[in-house]
Structures are given as structure tokens and as C-alpha cells.
Design a protein around this ligand. Structure first.
Ligand SMILES: Nc1nc2c(ncn2[C@@H]2O[C@H](COP(=O)(O)OP(=O)(O)OP(=O)(O)O)[C@@H](O)[C@H]2O)c(=O)[nH]1
Ligand SMILES: [Mg+2]
Length: 435
């Protein structure tokens, strides 16, 4: 059965200079004929007056773009209209389009799904595209675009290229056992190659945490004794009144998070309850949560207005002397002296946190970004471990070949061509309509 033609507004709802309406499928050309009186030249912006096909009323003037199959995003005939971005304009043009026989509104992600089904995009590229749409910081954009451009699949292709000759050699020992073509030296070399691939995969898996941090942010906890000025600092950095501040010790109970973009790097700043022994059960729960957040954080800023409050800091925490405007003796342990009230030292502190995040997230974008990628790499590694566990390759050639084939099969899944329907449904439903 031929797919029906779908239509959607690709730009966000609301008032904008231009709204983009996309149409994909066999009746896309018919939409142009009915609404614009002609099909424009392929891939050239053409000014058209859009008319209501039912009574010929002009609805708007805009640009028409025609991408005949297969050179289009979906691989099908695609029509695009750029109209004025008012709600009524978009509604009227959309209604007019839907009068054309065979058209229906698109489901979320349906354009991308068609691109996948026609082989225009593989699953890894689509994951990258989804990340690109949700990228909020420069680091996230870089990671997403790298995935979109094939960072994962280039890597799995390369690893497969390295494994294929290994498999060929092992199979040769099965097919020609007596001929002595396959020397022990050649087998040892092949084994070394398999080891190299295995180690590379181990390295890629170890780097997956970095990708997760790029997506979710480097977690920086603000901790210290009650009244150290933690919530005041959070508010000052967030430039809004996120947390309650008061002279009462033990004000903050729940951990509060603020997402920051520090020079393109995603950072999650967490304000926590002041840590102390307390009989109040609610505060005690707050302290328990604070300890947990501190233990999970990538970096802890231990706020201490005076030398006495430095005591309990966790290992690796940065001591930050807070409330410096109040005239306490500067302390040697402090990495920074700040005043959240006057702003003293805040930009130096943020620059230092940014440098910390940069060290954590820096370098080339990671290869293993999503859980799916991690599972693929784990499967490949498990298979390679099994292949390498047979100490005598010629004797165990059949088992080794099977393990190598399993590793290659796992690497081959990076493009997602053997994915299940349910997984695809879930992936595409996370996209917006018109994508
Ligand atoms: N002078 C001065 N006062 C500050 C500064 N930072 C905080 N304070 C005051 O110190 C008191 C405690 O501040 P909070 O930010 O609520 O302290 P906290 O560390 O969040 O306290 P808990 O939530 O109880 O653990 C408030 O009265 C603040 O106005 C500062 O930099 N300078
Ligand atoms: Mg607080």
C-alpha cells in the first residue's frame, strides 16, 4: 500500500515572522497544483499566492519549495510552504491543504520516520537529530551533531572492518585445516587485532559517562553548615528567587536544582539543606538528602563563612569562604572568597566551575551517547571477551568464529535496521509534529 500524504506545521505554534508547512507523500504535487496553480521548479524558492481550492479566495502570499522524490528529507515527494506566521493564516492554509484528497495531518515524528523507512537516515542519525532539537547548550549541540553526522556508525564500521579479516582468518583454519596456509604467526596477529578492538570498545564504554554528563549536566552541589549562605548563593547565580533564604538555621529542606549554561557547558547547581545533627524529623530528612546529593555530585562547593564551619567538608570539596562582606578573617583553605550579597568573587567562582566542567566534558564528542549504543558496545565486548577466552584459536576455531560473528552482528546494529517496531514507535513519538 502506498503511504498517504501527510501535512504538518514545522514551526512552533504562535506568532512568528514565517511559519513553515511541510507536506510529504504522493499527493504533494497535487497540493501545489490546487493551492498555487502550479508545481514550482525543484529546489528553488518560488513566490506564490496561495488560494483556497474550494472557492478561489486568496489566503496568503508565500514561498513554495518543491523537492521531488527521492531527493528530499523523507525520500518522498515533499512540498514546503513558507507563509506568514499568524495563527489564522496558518489555520486557513492548513485547512485548504487538507481539502486535497488523500491528505491527513502527520503524527509526531512521522516525517523522520519516513526518512528512516526510505533509508534516508539511519537510527543513529535520527537519535542525533532528536538530541539536536533538544540541545540547549553548545556542548549538547556538538555532541548531538556529531551523532547526527555518523560519529557512532563511523566508529562501528571501523571496528567491524578491523574484525572482518580476523574472522576470515579463523574461518580459513576451519575450511583448510591441513594446508598450513594459516600460520601460527598470522593467528597470533589476528588475536592481537581482536584484542585491540576489544580494548577500544572498553575505552568507548568508559567514556559513556561523559556523554551522559553533556546531556544531563555536570552536577555541582552547594553544601555546608546551616546559615552558610548556600541558598543565597544559588539565588545570586540563578539571578532569581529560587530558594527561600532566612536567618533561621535549617531553612532549606529539599534539594533545589538550577540548570546553568556556563559558557556553553551544562551545569546543574544543587542547593542542599545545611548539614547538622537535628531532632527535627523533617530537617533530618533534608540532611539525609543533602548528604546523598553531596555524595553523588561531581563537585561540591563547601560554603563556610568562618574557619569553624570548614570542619565537616567531604573529601575533594572546594572550600568557599562565604559572606566575605561580613569581615571574617580570610582563611587559607578557601579556594574562593565570595559574598552572595555584594557579588564579590562570584564571577571568579563561576569561571573556576566552568573550567572544572570543561575538563570533565571536554575533548571530542563521545561515541557512546545513548543507552542503546551502550548495549550494542556491551554485546560486542561480551562476544569478543568470549572469543579471546579460548586460548588455542586453531583448536577452538568454530567457537571463536561464532563469537566473532556475534561481535560483528552487535556492531551492525548501530544503524538500527533490525530494531523492533515498539522501539521505533517510542523513538519517533518523542519527536514533535512536523519533524
Ligand atoms: N552579609 C551577608 N549575609 C548573607 C550572605 N549570604 C547569606 N547571608 C545571610 O545569611 C542568612 C542565611 O542565608 P541562607 O542563604 O538562607 O543560608 P543557607 O546556607 O541556605 O541556610 P540553610 O538553608 O538553613 O542551611 C540569611 O539571613 C542571609 O541573608 C552574604 O554574602 N552576606
Ligand atoms: Mg538554604
Amino acid at each position: 500500500m502506498m503511504a498517504r500524504t501527510i501535512v504538518a506545521v514545522a514551526t512552533p505554534p504562535g506568532v512568528s515572522g514565517v511559519a513553515v508547512i511541510r507536506i510529504s507523500g504522493p499527493d504533494a504535487a497535487e497540493v501545489f497544483r490546487r493551492l498555487a496553480g502550479k508545481v514550482p521548479r525543484p529546489r528553488a524558492a518560488t513566490l506564490v499566492t496561495i488560494i483556497d481550492p474550494l472557492d478561489g479566495t486568496p489566503l496568503d502570499q508565500g514561498l513554495a519549495l518543491w523537492f521531488p522524490a527521492p531527493a528530499s528529507f523523507t525520500g518522498e515527494d515533499c512540498a514546503e510552504l513558507q507563509v506568514h506566521g499568524g495563527r489564522a493564516v496558518v489555520a486557513a492554509v492548513l485547512a485548504a491543504i487538507l481539502t486535497v484528497d488523500g491528505l491527513r495531518p502527520a503524527e509526531p515524528g512521522e516525517f523522520t520516520r519516513r526518512a528512516f523507512e526510505s533509508g534516508k537516515l539511519d537510527l543513529a542519525a535520527i537519535e542525533g537529530l532528536g538530541d539536536l532539537l533538544h540541545a540547549e547548550t553548545e556542548a549538547q549541540r556538538r555532541q548531538a551533531f556529531a551523532l547526527y553526522q555518523g560519529r557512532l556508525t563511523d566508529e562501528t564500521d571501523r571496528l567491524a572492518q578491523q574484525l572482518l579479516p580476523v574472522l576470515a582468518l579463523v574461518e580459513a583454519t576451519i575450511d583448510f585445516p591441513d594446508e598450513g596456509d594459516v600460520t601460527d604467526a598470522a593467528l597470533a596477529e589476528a588475536r592481537g587485532q581482536a584484542l585491540t578492538v576489544r580494548d577500544r570498545i572498553t575505552g568507548l564504554l568508559a567514556d559513556a559517562g561523559r556523554a551522559e554528563r553533556v546531556r544531563d549536566g555536570v552536577v555541582v552541589a552547594i553544601a555546608g553548615l546551616p546559615n552558610a549562605g548556600k541558598s543565597t548563593l544559588l539565588n545570586a547565580i540563578a539571578r532569581r528567587d529560587v530558594a527561600i533564604v532566612s536567618p533561621v538555621a535549617g531553612t532549606t529542606r529539599d534539594a533545589l536544582e538550577v540548570q546553568l549554561d556556563l559558557g556553553g557547558l551544562p551545569v546543574v547547581l544543587v542547593d542542599t539543606a545545611g548539614i547538622r545533627e537535628t531532632m527535627d524529623p523533617v530537617e533530618a530528612e533534608g540532611v539525609r538528602r543533602a548528604r546523598r546529593r553531596v555524595s553523588e555530585a561531581d563537585l561540591v562547593l563547601w560554603l563556610a563563612p568562618t574557619i569553624e564551619s570548614v570542619t565537616e567538608r567531604p573529601e575533594g570539596a572546594w572550600v568557599i569562604q562565604s559572606q566575605a562582606d561580613r569581615g571574617a578573617t580570610p582563611m587559607e583553605e578557601a579556594r574562593h572568597r565570595i559574598s552572595a550579597s555584594t557579588g564579590l568573587g562570584l564571577s571568579a567562582l563561576l569561571e573556576d566551575v566552568r573550567a572544572f566542567a570543561s575538563t570533565m566534558l571536554g575533548g571530542e564528542p563521545a561515541v557512546v551517547v545513548h543507552e542503546r549504543h551502550r548495549l550494542i558496545m556491551i554485546a560486542a565486548k561480551v562476544a569478543l571477551d568470549a572469543a579471546l577466552r579460548h586460548p588455542d584459536w586453531p583448536a577452538a576455531a568454530e567457537l571463536v568464529a561464532e563469537d566473532l560473528r556475534a561481535a560483528l552482528a552487535a556492531l551492525g546494529r548501530s544503524r538500527g535496521r533490525v530494531g523492533t517496531e515498539a522501539m521505533l514507535d517510542q523513538l519517533f513519538s518523542a519527536f514533535c509534529i512536523g519533524k
